[in-house]
Design a protein around this ligand. Structure first.
Ligand SMILES: Cc1cc2nc3c(=O)[nH]c(=O)nc-3n(C[C@H](O)[C@H](O)[C@H](O)COP(=O)(O)O)c2cc1C
Length: 387
């Protein structure tokens, strides 16, 4: 199944795009994107945390000229939102990383490429030379390979490095186990039948067999054996000394992703990070860790303006972005919102997700009485319990 631009335009919200993605993808693939760890308490909490806050409008403000433009980490962005790094995007939609990066560049938003991408660092850079490209790095046991990835990202002019620190190993993702979407793959009769019933996805996937673009050294063997090898490369012994080592090697802006404790945020800033990403990996790592928005105010207090803060997790509405900014974030990031758009409609689907955020933010800012992002303050939000 492929959706026309008109069908994509009928999607009024990010959750509408999710439903379109659900119809196009096999269940195991949809669940891999959609799911979280264990009971998915943190996954649900990420979205629900936004319901704990009200936006309090100020009236009789001239909002006839509005702007969503914003600067973060030294570059202009059309809106204070970016595409979080997501592995395997090219598996959900052929050429997925390039399509998402193109959509981001056309929309004037930063795009962050995952270490675990299907397209390589260089392929994305060649296809999208002008976008604001960031590269996300995991700690790898093979430090030479890790340094090589850093060099490749710098040589290919990625502007920002995003170092993910919340994955010493993978969280307990039970949907994937039940669906046989594990390493090695354990397809069930149901999952094979389900894939056959999703010809749009299947034919697209068959046109270019998946690979791990940044791990050419692991390119022999089946995709699952390579995937197993790549998973075994993550280094659970990594610590702050390793963060300091990366800081020395990367000359551009550095973001530390996966921070939930104010002391860790302060440590990242002490070591010279220009930003922290307040994130629980979209509820995919430690279940029962705090929803990202809940962790934000304390972290904003600990950082006290010394670095920028990107809020990542559960952002589905323009109003979510405004609430996060009111509570101390410089900007937001989202993984699934854009992956659902990508899965449903490729580049046009990602652009539809961006447009939904743009319209919702513009509308909400007018109604909130704040014509620009800089005008959003802590005074625009109240905790529900205080009403
Ligand atoms: C399918 C999928 C793959 C992901 N892969 C990565 C990754 O390779 N590196 C990383 O730092 N985070 C990864 N994440 C986490 C996202 O960067 C981001 O933290 C998360 O999606 C934010 O939550 P949201 O999806 O509710 O917006 C992934 C998330 C999803 C859904």
């Amino acid at each position: 199944m492929e959706y026309s631009e008109r069908q994509l335009e009928r999607a009024q919200s990010i959750s509408d795009l999710r439903l379109l993605a659900r119809r196009r993808l096999p269940k195991a693939v949809f669940d891999f994107i959609d799911g979280g760890a264990a009971d998915e308490r943190t996954l649900r909490g990420n979205e629900a945390a936004f319901d704990d806050w009200f936006l309090v409008p100020r009236v009789a403000v001239n909002v006839s000229n509005r702007s969503l433009e914003h600067r973060f980490l030294g570059a202009a962005s059309a809106m204070p939102i970016m595409l979080s790094p997501t592995g395997l995007a090219g598996f959900f939609r052929r050429n997925g990383e390039v399509l998402a990066a193109q959509a981001a560049a056309r929309s004037g938003l930063p795009f962050c490429l995952s270490t675990n991408s299907i397209a390589s660092i260089e392929e994305v850079a060649r296809a999208v030379p002008d976008g604001d490209r960031w590269f996300q790095l995991y700690f790898l046991r093979d430090r030479e390979w890790m340094d090589g990835l850093l060099r490749r990202a710098a040589d290919a002019h990625y502007r920002v490095l995003c170092l993910t620190v919340d994955l010493p190993l993978t969280g307990k993702r039970e949907r994937d186990v039940r669906n046989g979407f594990t390493l090695p793959l354990r397809p069930t009769l149901t999952s094979v039948f389900d894939m056959a019933c999703r010809p749009g996805w299947l034919l697209d996937a068959m046109k270019s067999p998946p690979k791990f673009g940044n791990f050419e050294m692991a390119s022999s063997g089946s995709f699952t054996s390579v995937a197993q090898h790549v998973a075994s490369l993550f280094d659970p012994s990594a610590n702050w000394d390793d963060v300091a080592r990366i800081r020395e090697r990367w000359k551009g802006p550095l973001v530390i992703k996966g921070i939930l404790h104010p002391a860790d945020a302060a440590k990242a800033v002490e070591l010279g990070a220009e930003a922290v990403m307040v994130s629980n990996h979209g509820g995919r790592q430690l279940d029962h860790s705090p929803p990202a928005l809940t962790a934000l105010p304390e972290i904003a207090q600990a950082i006290a303006g010394r670095a920028e803060i990107i809020l990542d997790g559960g952002v589905r509405r323009g109003t979510d972005v405004l609430k996060a900014i009111a509570l101390g974030a410089t900007a937001c990031a989202s993984g699934r919102s854009f992956l659902w758009g990508l899965s449903a409609g490729g580049e046009a689907g990602v652009r539809r997700a961006v447009e939904i955020f743009r319209q919702e933010m513009d509308n909400a800012m007018a109604l909130l009485g704040t014509p620009n992002i800089a005008g959003i303050t802590r005074d625009h939000v109240r905790r529900c319990s205080s009403f």
